[in-house]
Ligand binder design. Structure first.
Ligand SMILES: [Fe+2]
Ligand SMILES: [Fe+2]
Length: 128
């Protein structure tokens, strides 16, 4: 099964959001196979950049549409920001791999619980 197929379930239907989500998913999915510490550091830094692009876009969309679950959604972004900054501040050890797998789970839970709810809401507003 390709990574695109594995990601399929988490698709929101918003092209830019899905592009950033897929890149984040693929980076963390592949992280466990990267043994070179410098490359792994670069991967984590790239993940942070993608997370910022994604959350900035979503928060802008939510503000424009006065999304009713905005506070809850932004709060989850903030929790994840803290997790990512914590990971970046620590040296790479064997634990880093477990931490990144936990982060991937949390990322997928966020897509499912928050992002998949947001995009259909915005699409419904457009058709009103
Ligand atoms: Fe997102
Ligand atoms: Fe989000």
């Amino acid at each position: 099964m390709s990574l695109i197929e594995k990601f399929g379930h988490y698709r929101t239907g918003h092209i830019e959001v899905d592009a950033a989500h897929f890149e984040m998913f693929a980076l963390l999915y592949l992280a466990k196979y990267i043994k070179n510490k410098q490359i792994l550091k670069e991967l984590i830094a790239t993940f942070k950049d993608l997370w910022k692009v994604d959350t900035d876009l979503e928060e802008k969309l939510m503000q424009e549409m006065s999304y009713p679950y905005m506070a809850h959604h932004i709060n989850d972004h903030a929790k994840m920001n803290l997790r990512i900054n914590h990971i970046i501040s620590r040296p790479i050890t064997t634990d880093t791999y477990y931490v990144l797998m936990d982060l991937l789970n949390e990322l997928l839970i966020h897509f499912e619980a928050h992002d998949k709810k947001l995009i259909p809401f915005l699409e419904a507003l457009k058709t009103k």
